[in-house]
Design a protein around this ligand. Sequence first.
Ligand SMILES: [Mg+2]
Length: 144
Amino acid sequence: MDNDNLLSVIFRAIADPGLTEGYKGDRSLTQWQAEAVMRAIAGLRPMTRREHLLSCLAEEGAEIGHRVSKALRFGLGEVQPGQSLTNAERIAEECVDLQAVFDMLAAEGIFPLMTAAELDAGKEAKRLRVEKYMLLARQVGALE
Ligand SMILES: [Mg+2]
């Protein structure tokens, strides 16, 4: 398949995700479209193990975003009908899912393996960046 045809397949999946994915349900529009694109691309040839794992990683990221959005709308302590866990507990589960898939990719050499010290340093660096930009957000009046 040449690039123009591939682009056409992707555009169609984005423009009409219901064609392959059916009812949107409680997925965000972005997640619905992303899953339609993934299905369209997957139909072109079998995925490699690496692609499958990367797809899982993207899916877990989308699931975190989806659950965080629900928590912002309905509260961290809300339990969605038919579920047993709060939104906060479900966010934590999705973060564990993402970490598990990340670890699988890292174990296959796709990402660099980090030592515990490197991981701690990376987390601390991220914490500092978040605090820095929260300060900026406060200065411009976007954060209380
Ligand atoms: Mg998950």
